[in-house]
Design a protein around this ligand. Sequence first.
Ligand code: AP5
Length: 209
Amino acid sequence: MRRIIFLGPPGAGKGTQAVELAKARGLLHLSTGDLLRAAVQAKTPLGVEADRYMREGALVPDDLVIRMIAERLRSPDAQHGFLFDGFPRTIAQADALAKITPVDHVLFFEIPEQALMERLTQRRVCPVCGTVYNLTTNPPKRHGICDREGATLVQRNDDHPDAVRTRLKAYADKTRPLLEYYGSRGQLRSIDATGSPAEVAERIRAAIP
Ligand code: AP5
């Protein structure tokens, strides 16, 4: 049973790598961004509340996110290990998680900030299957069309430059302090998140054998 956290700024490639690693290791992939976007789309009370923050690129309040995660971790498919992608993102969330379960590895995706704006504004997503593309680094075979579903790709509404700037600031103010939090507990490992997705995947395999 492995319990892993992927930590890093928006656009560092956490989601791209989490999908592959979770599949390879049989872990439940828990992306708070994906869970919140599903709630927004379903217009649940949580989704309606979260939407106000997400559109602007601000973090959703801790109590909402913690409640959502605590509930998700109680389900049977979370009992064989999990990989958190985008959680925890504040000290309060890390403290809450520590009360629910221990974690085995915290992997920090290290990447210069200049690379992030480019990756995020060029990201496109399939609205049907959720596959993530990049117009520059990982384009679909046909421009603007998902390789798997044939659906027209969309841009996330927080991938516009203004929202990206807010997300980078939220990361610097609220999430970056987690490096010290997990570092001082001896749990943090860093990987170089530049280079191709295959190169990054190889570094992750080496860091978490
Ligand atoms: P969330 O969905 O978690 O977004 P994020 O953390 O900003 O992360 P991203 O999905 O933007 O980036 P990523 O690192 O996964 O990169 P990806 O692999 O897609 O959160 C969205 C919002 O939800 C937040 O702003 C907040 O409002 C709310 N929220 C979520 N969790 C929360 C929490 N815990 N507390 C409070 N609020 C929360 O890659 C990016 C692009 O780069 C893609 O196009 C990809 O194809 C490309 N790419 C990936 N790897 C490479 C590579 N090696 N080389 C070149 N291109 C690459």
